[in-house]
Design a protein around this ligand. Structure first.
Ligand SMILES: Cc1cc2nc3c(=O)[nH]c(=O)nc-3n(C[C@H](O)[C@H](O)[C@H](O)COP(=O)(O)OP(=O)(O)OC[C@H]3O[C@@H](n4cnc5c(N)ncnc54)[C@H](O)[C@@H]3O)c2cc1C
Ligand code: SF4
Ligand code: SF4
Length: 673
C-alpha cells in the first residue's frame, strides 16, 4: 500500500467529527460535508459523533482499504489530544501513519467562536481545504528508534525529588539526584509538624534522606546545578556545575591522597570561624558562620564555605589539621552525565509578602510569615521551640493568622491562584499555639477554609472545637502601636456584617507561594513550557499531569503547581514511574520530523551550522563538493535551519516547502494549485 500510495494521484478521505455538541453545536456539519466534497483530491467525506471512538476509528481503517485512500484528514480537536489515535487508525488501515493530517476545528474554532455559527463554519472550511492540500502531498515517513541510556536524573531534592529518586533507583535505574543547596530535604525539612496527623516533619523525612545517601543506585550531588542540557529523550547529555564547597568529602580527600582525611562533620571549623551571617534555613532568625551546615540533620554531613563572606583567615584550615578537609582555593568543577529521562522537582518559594504593604511585613517586628513561624515553633529552631515576639521576646497570647496573604488576589500585586496548603497549615499553627501557650487565643482571618484532603475537614472541626476564633474577611490593614509593638488588625466580619478592630500580640501571614527565581532558567534548559502563572506546564492537565511537552522530561511536586506533601509524593511516584518506562523498554521512537538537505540547492556555505540549537548540522563532502548533512538523532525538527537557509536547501520532513506552500495557496486561492 505504501509504495502504491506514493505513485498514485492523491485520494484523500475527509472525516468531520461532531465531538458531541462541542463542534456540532457551533457550526453546520452538513454544510462542511458538502463543501469538502468539492475540495480537489477528496474522494470520500464522512462525519461521526465521536471520531475518536472505536466506530469512528473503524470507519477510517475500512475506508482506506475500500477506497484506496492515499491521505486522511480528520477535522476534530487538537492534534495534541488525538493525533496518535488517528495515526494508529491510519496504520491499522494499511496507510503510512504520517499520511494523516488533522484540522483543529474545536480548540481553534468552535470553542472560540461559539456564538458565531456561520463564521465558525466558514473558518472550518478554510482549515479543511488547507489540511487536504497538505494531505495530498504527504509522504511515507518512518520513525527512528534510538536506544535509551539506563540512567535518570532528578533535579531538586525536596520531598518530591527525594521520592522520585528513591523510586527510580529502586527499580534498578542509576539515578543522579541534583540539589543546588548544600543539603537535601527542601522546604519539608524546615517544617515542625505536618497536618493533619501532626507527625514531626523531620522525623518522617530524615529516614528518606538517609536512604538517598545509602542507596547504591543513587548518586547524590548537592551544591550542584544544571549548566547545560543537550540531546533528546533517551540521550540527554547534562552538564553539571559542582559549585566549589571549599570542603572535601572523605572520598574527595582520598582521591587527593589524604589518607583518613576529609570532613567528618565535627564542626571544629565552625567554632573558630569569626564571620557571622544569618542562617537562611532559620529564616535569618539564627546565625551561621562563613563555614556552615544548615542544621544538625543535613545529608550529606559535610560543611560548606560561603566564599562571599569568608575572609580567608585560615583559622578553619588550621583547626581542621590532618584531616585536611578545607581547601579555600577550590574552584567549581564541571561534569557531564548521560541520562535517558529527567524529573524536575525544583519546588517553590514564598511570595515576598512585604509587597502587600497594608500588612506591614518587614516594617512591624511582630508581623512574621508562616515559614518563620514554623522555625519559631520547632524544637530544633532558633528559640528551641519557644514562640516569642520578635520585638521583645515576650510570649504572645493573642495570635492572628491571616490566610490568603497574597493568594486569590487579583489586585495585580498578589497571585490570582489559591496556594492550596496555607489554610491547612494555618489550622495546624492555631493548634500548636493552643498546645504550646496555655491560655493563648488564635484568631484565623480567612476568605474560605479549603480543607479538601483526606481527614482535613475533620482536622478543621478539631481546631474549631479547640477554641480558635474564625473571622471571615480579608484583613484590610494592620497598624502597629509604636510603644507596645502590639498590632491593630482592621477588617470586616463578612458573616456578621460587622467591622472588626482587634488588638493582637503577633500576626502570622500565610504568604502565597510562587515558582522560584530559577524556574525559568531550568525550564529553558530542558525546553519545557510554563502556564500563565509561571508554574511548569504538565503534558495535559488531566491525562498527563506528570509529563511535559518535551519527551523524556517529567514533573514532580510544587514546581508544577501548589500542592501539599501527600500530593507531592504521589506525583513524584507517578513521575518516577513514567520516567522509568522508556528506560526499562530500552528504546524510544523519535518522530521523523527531521531536517533534510536538498543537495542540488545547497551551496555549501555552512551558514546554518551555527543556527542549529542542537548541533545537528555539519558539512560533508559529496560528489566533489561540500553539502550539509543532518544528524537525524540530534535534529529536533525545530525548523530554524530551514527558515534561515538562503538557498531554500533545507526542508523539514512532514513540513516541506511544497506542503506549506500548498496550504497557503489553498487558503488564498481556494485549493487550486
Ligand atoms: C509554612 C508552610 C507550612 C507547610 N506545612 C505543611 C504541612 O504541614 N503538611 C503538608 O503536607 N505540606 C505543608 N507545606 C507544603 C510543603 O512545604 C510542600 O508540599 C513540599 O515542601 C513540596 O515539596 P517539593 O519537593 O515540591 O518542593 P521543595 O520542598 O521546595 O523542594 C525543592 C528542592 O529543589 C531544590 N532546587 C530548586 N531549584 C533547583 C535547581 N535549579 N537545581 C537544583 N535544585 C534545585 C531546592 O533547593 C529544594 O531543595 C507547608 C508549606 C509552608 C510554606
Ligand atoms: S577561612 Fe573563612 S570559613 Fe575558615 S574560619 Fe576563616 S572566615 Fe571562616
Ligand atoms: S489554601 Fe486557603 S489560605 Fe491558601 S490561598 Fe487557598 S484559600 Fe487562601
Amino acid at each position: 500500500m505504501a509504495d502504491e500510495a506514493k505513485s498514485q494521484k492523491p485520494r484523500v478521505g475527509v472525516y468531520i467529527c461532531h465531538c458531541g455538541t462541542n463542534i456540532a453545536g457551533s457550526m453546520d456539519i452538513k454544510e462542511l460535508e458538502e463543501y469538502s466534497k468539492e475540495i480537489p483530491n477528496v474522494v470520500l467525506v464522512d462525519e461521526y459523533q465521536y471520531m475518536c471512538s472505536t466506530p469512528g476509528q473503524k470507519k477510517i481503517e475500512e475506508h482506506i482499504k475500500e477506497h484506496n485512500l492515499t491521505g486522511i484528514v480528520v477535522a476534530a480537536c487538537s492534534p495534541r489530544l488525538h493525533e496518535p489515535t488517528f495515526r494508529t487508525a491510519s496504520k491499522e488501515g494499511g496507510l503510512n501513519p504520517f499520511r494523516f493530517e488533522m484540522a483543529n476545528i474545536r480548540e481553534q474554532n468552535s470553542w472560540v467562536h461559539m456564538h458565531d455559527r456561520q463564521g465558525a463554519t466558514d473558518k472550518a472550511k478554510d482549515a479543511l481545504k488547507m489540511a487536504v492540500a497538505k494531505a495530498s502531498l504527504l509522504e511515507d515517513l518512518y520513525p527512528k528508534s534510538v536506544p535509551v541510556e539506563h540512567a535518570a536524573m532528578v533535579v531538586g531534592a525536596g520531598v518530591g525529588g527525594i521520592q522520585a529518586a528513591l523510586d527510580l533507583a529502586s527499580s534498578g535505574i542509576k539515578t543522579y539526584l541534583i540539589e543546588k543547596s548544600p543539603t537535601i530535604g527542601g522546604r519539608m525539612s524546615q517544617l515542625d509538624k505536618t497536618f493533619p496527623t501532626l507527625d514531626c516533619s523531620q522525623c518522617i523525612l530524615t529516614p528518606k534522606m538517609v536512604d538517598i545517601d545509602r542507596h547504591p543506585n543513587i548518586e547524590m550531588m548537592t551544591y550542584t546545578e544544571v549548566e547545560k542540557v543537550e540531546g533528546y529523550i533517551g540521550n540527554f547529555d547534562v552538564t553539571l556545575r559542582k559549585k566549589a564547597r571549599g570542603v572535601l568529602t572523605p572520598a574527595e580527600a582520598e582521591a587527593r591522597g589524604i589518607v583518613g582525611g576529609g570532613c567528618n562533620g565535627c564542626g571544629d571549623c565552625e567554632g573558630v570561624c569569626p564571620v557571622i551571617k544569618p542562617n537562611p534555613f532559620e529564616m535569618g532568625m539564627a546565625p551561621r558562620k562563613a563555614i556552615y551546615i544548615y542544621h544538625a540533620q543535613v545529608v550529606p554531613l559535610i560543611y560548606t564555605v560561603d566564599f562571599d563572606s569568608c575572609v580567608k583567615c585560615n583559622l578553619c584550615v588550621d583547626i581542621c589539621g590532618d584531616k585536611k578537609a578545607i581547601d579555600l582555593e577550590q574552584e567549581d568543577e564541571f561534569v557531564t552525565v548521560k541520562v535517558g529521562t529527567a524529573v524536575l522537582a525544583v519546588g517553590y518559594e514564598l511570595f515576598p509578602i512585604e509587597k502587600k504593604t497594608e500588612w506591614g511585613y518587614k516594617r512591624y517586628d511582630n508581623v512574621i510569615n508562616a515559614l518563620e513561624f514554623e522555625r519559631l515553633i520547632c524544637a530544633s529552631g532558633p528559640t528551641g521551640g519557644k514562640v516569642i515576639r520578635p520585638s521583645d521576646g515576650e510570649v504572645p497570647k493573642r495570635v492572628g493568622f491571616v490566610l490568603c496573604a497574597g493568594s486569590r488576589d487579583n489586585t495585580g500585586i498578589g497571585k490570582p491562584y489559591c496556594s492550596r496548603f496555607c489554610c491547612m497549615y494555618s489550622l495546624k499553627h492555631a493548634h500548636q499555639i493552643h498546645e504550646k501557650i496555655p491560655g493563648a487565643q488564635p484568631y484565623i482571618f480567612y476568605m474560605d477554609i479549603r480543607s479538601f484532603g483526606k481527614m482535613y475537614e475533620e482536622f478543621y472541626y478539631r481546631i474549631q472545637d479547640e477554641g480558635a476564633k474564625f473571622i471571615r474577611g480579608r484583613v484590610a490593614k494592620i497598624e502597629e502601636d509604636p510603644i507596645t509593638k502590639n498590632l491593630r488588625v482592621i477588617t470586616e466580619d463578612t458573616l456578621l456584617g460587622q467591622p472588626v478592630d482587634i488588638e493582637l500580640d503577633m500576626v502570622v501571614l500565610a504568604s502565597a507561594v510562587q515558582p522560584t527565581a530559577e524556574t525559568t532558567h531550568v525550564r529553558n534548559l530542558f525546553g519545557i513550557s510554563c502556564s500563565g502563572d509561571g508554574w511548569l506546564l504538565e503534558g495535559h492537565p488531566k491525562l498527563n499531569p506528570c509529563g511535559t511537552t518535551t519527551a523524556g522530561v517529567f514533573l514532580a511536586g510544587v514546581c508544577q503547581g501548589p500542592k501539599d506533601i501527600p500530593d507531592t509524593v504521589a506525583q513524584a511516584e507517578g513521575a518516577a514511574a513514567a520516567a522509568s518506562i522508556p528506560i526499562h523498554v530500552g528504546e524510544v521512537e523519535l518522530e521523523p520530523y527531521f531536517a533534510m538537505c536538498i543537495d542540488d540547492k545547497c551551496a555549501g556555505c555552512g551558514m546554518c551550522i551555527d543556527q542549529c540549537p542542537y548541533s545537528a548540522l555539519a558539512l560533508v563532502e559529496k560528489d566533489g563538493r561540500e553539502v550539509m548533512q543532518v544528524t537525524e538523532a540530534k535534529c529536533k525538527g525545530c525548523g530554524t535551519c530551514g527558515g534561515f537557509c538562503p538557498g531554500g536547501a533545507i526542508w523539514m520532513q512532514h513540513f516541506t516547502t511544497p506542503q506549506i506552500v500548498a496550504q497557503i495557496d489553498a487558503f488564498l486561492l481556494g485549493g487550486e494549485q
